[in-house]
Design a protein around this ligand. Structure first.
Ligand SMILES: [Zn+2]
Length: 136
């Protein structure tokens, strides 16, 4: 192979010099596929053992006998993918996640799904109550 072949990543060398990242960001270079830094993922995993919305105990992986709707999923409480903070990243069950979809939290809490299950602003996890106050 002769000549210069530009790699698809050659533009990287044309960018500005690397910034000195704060420690938290450096630790965050190891991201999961939702762009959540590993340290935050660990923290939230330890915090949210139960669905932050309906409170059921979640399972990590779908097992042949386990209920699919209880599988833990990653959730942006406020639907803004750029809000990757311990206040906005939470874990909820697959049933709540698919029901909430892209709805605004306050709107979703009024849905028939929440009404049927008795989910409201007083029953959700503390982290969700905080988000409700901010995103009201
Ligand atoms: Zn749930």
């Amino acid at each position: 192979m002769a000549g210069r072949t530009l790699s698809p990543f050659s533009f990287l060398s044309l960018g500005p010099p690397p910034l000195i990242l704060p420690l938290a960001a450096q630790r965050g270079t190891n991201m999961n596929r939702w762009g959540i830094p590993a340290w935050l993922e660990d923290e939230v995993r330890k915090r949210d053992k139960d669905c932050v919305y309906c409170g059921i105990q979640m399972i990590e992986k779908l097992s042949p006998n386990g209920p699919r709707k209880a599988v833990a999923t990653w959730e942006h409480i406020v639907n803004d993918a750029s809000l990757i903070t311990r206040e906005n990243i939470a874990r909820c069950c697959a049933a709540c996640n698919s029901s909430k979809g892209t709805k605004k939290l306050a709107v979703w809490l009024e849905s028939s799904y929440c009404k049927r299950r008795g989910i409201n602003k007083d029953t959700v996890a503390e982290i969700v109550k905080v988000a409700l106050r901010v995103d009201a």
